[in-house]
Ligand binder design. Structure first.
Ligand SMILES: Nc1nc2c(c(=O)[nH]1)N[C@H]1C(S)=C(S)[C@@H](COP(=O)(O)OP(=O)(O)OC[C@H]3O[C@@H](n4cnc5c(N)ncnc54)[C@H](O)[C@@H]3O)O[C@H]1N2
Ligand code: MOO
Length: 434
């Protein structure tokens, strides 16, 4: 496998993505929509707010009547959800609470912290409240003098529009709220709910079939022979893929026999994306290409100028299902999953399928020149007192070493043929998948 015949990482990503399209839409309720990608626009079915609403607890007033020192009679009370009823009579204020609709005629809200009681219900002149001056209505106090029938003094005059949320301030009925392609987070779900849209069209979850291969493999926790190897990749990938929104069909462990491997072809080809682990290299027992090739897999590429991950293969079944054949070394399999499998799942689920984007960090050591393959070194990231990020490759870099992978925060990317980099040089790193 000379480097010249291998795909570059970028070309491999492009070739895989070229075969993928978002899955058809399905309807889900809002509480099931988190992390899904919208397939159809969300259009508001109502205007929000549906009427001018108070943003504060206080009094709905006419700003022109509510200058400094003005005294107003409190006529009526409106809480959130109430019909505001009769229009605001001249020289009156309406007791109002946050979220309540303003009565007709009101154009501002005087917050209760800026109003003082100015006399009881019978004190028509409004002078009887002097003995209570300074006894503010704010601070949680509900003073009857500030309630319906009492009087208030305006301690701080209001401008028109003060503390009022105008009708339609957020959006109007018929307005597009969310565009197809949006990956739905809590804030998008809240917006759809506000628009009175309780179900959303999202792309279906990709069904990913996963087959481990190898006579030596045993499921974690099961009895082990002295030379058995635990299947670490299946639980790791299954967990990661589920977290990424896929439905995982773990087919189990196939023995290294062509006929046995071929027998899984039907199940693999029925998924939206098929994954195999192991058997991708050149050994006599590396049978994925031959066995699945006989079962109808058309190979697109095999081997990639990348370390770890060189034997990666990609092809398609006659059903159209793409198959990514991951190398058996666990670190290789998981690094390839980050670079190729997660973007493939993202694309099927309606996302853009872009590869993970590197960030910059400063080399904490001198780095030798890059080799023939693009290297993804398991590395630790630290941040210094100035907020500068530093990256330090871990050792050893063996692609079977899971302690190193687990201890790593990132993959330090060393492009093929990269010149040696002195300590302090900015280099690309990929923060590791969770
Ligand atoms: N002569 C050559 N030998 C190898 C080459 C090469 O170019 N020439 N490439 C090496 C590279 S690079 C890798 S990576 C591995 C990958 O080979 P395979 O994809 O064929 O994987 P296997 O041989 O089946 O397994 C390799 C290794 O990984 C263990 N394994 C497999 N599956 C799992 C699993 N699900 N969980 C945990 N561990 C697994 C397996 O037992 C082996 O120890 O090939 C190199 N060889
Ligand atoms: O590519 Mo292999 O993954 O170097 O160990």
């Amino acid at each position: 496998m000379p480097a010249a015949t291998m795909r570059s990482v970028d070309d491999a990503h492009t070739a895989i993505q070229a075969t993928l399209a978002p899955l058809p839409a399905e309807w889900v309720t809002l509480d099931a929509a988190h992390g899904r990608v919208l397939a159809e626009p969300v259009v508001a079915r109502r205007t929000q707010p549906p009427a001018a609403l108070s943003a504060m607890d206080g009094y709905a007033v006419r700003a022109a009547e509510a200058g400094d020192g003005a005294v107003l009679r409190v006529a009526g009370e409106t809480a959130a959800g109430d019909d505001p009823g009769a229009p605001l009579a001249p020289q009156t204020a309406r007791r109002i609470y946050t979220g309540a609709a303003l009565p007709k005629g009101a154009d501002a809200v005087l917050i209760q912290e800026h109003a003082s009681p100015a006399g009881g219900r019978d004190d028509v002149d409004g002078e009887g409240g002097d003995d209570r001056l300074g006894d503010r209505l704010g601070d949680g106090g509900r003073d009857d003098d500030g309630q319906d029938g009492g009087r208030i003094r305006v301690d701080r005059g209001v401008d028109p529009g003060a503390h009022v949320r105008p009708r339609g301030q957020d959006f109007a009925a018929g307005q597009p709220l969310l565009a197809p392609g949006t990956r739905l987070g809590a804030r998008h779900i809240a917006l759809a709910a506000a628009g009175q849209v309780p179900w959303l069209a999202v792309h279906a979850r990709p069904r990913v079939a996963l087959l481990a291969t190898g006579d030596e493999l045993v499921r974690a926790g099961e009895p082990l022979g002295a030379h058995a190897i635990v299947d670490t990749v299946t639980p790791a990938l299954a967990a990661q893929l589920r977290a990424a929104g896929a439905e995982v069909v773990a087919l189990g462990i196939a023995r290294d026999r062509e006929a046995e491997l071929a027998a899984y072809a039907g199940a693999l080809a029925r998924a939206d994306l098929a994954l195999t682990v192991g058997g991708a290299s050149v050994g006599a027992r590396d049978l994925i290409r031959s066995a699945l090739g006989r079962a109808g897999l058309a190979l697109d590429f095999w081997t990639i100028a990348m370390r770890p991950g060189k034997p990666l293969l990609f092809g398609r079944f006659a059903s159209g299902t793409p198959l990514i054949g991951l190398p058996g070394n666990p670190v290789s399999a998981l690094v390839c999953a980050q670079l190729f499998v997660l973007p493939a799942v993202d694309r099927l689920a309606g996302g853009d399928g872009r590869p993970p984007r590197p960030v910059q960090a400063l080399a904490a050591h001198d780095l030798p020149a890059g080799g023939a393959r693009q290297d993804y070194q398991r590395a630790a990231l630290t941040t210094d007192a100035l907020g500068q990020r530093w990256v330090r490759p871990l050792s050893p870099q063996d692609s079977a070493m899971l302690t190193t992978l687990a201890a790593a925060d990132a993959l330090l990317v060393r492009p093929a043929g990269a010149p040696a980099a002195a300590t302090g040089t900015a280099v690309p790193v990929l923060p590791l998948f969770p």
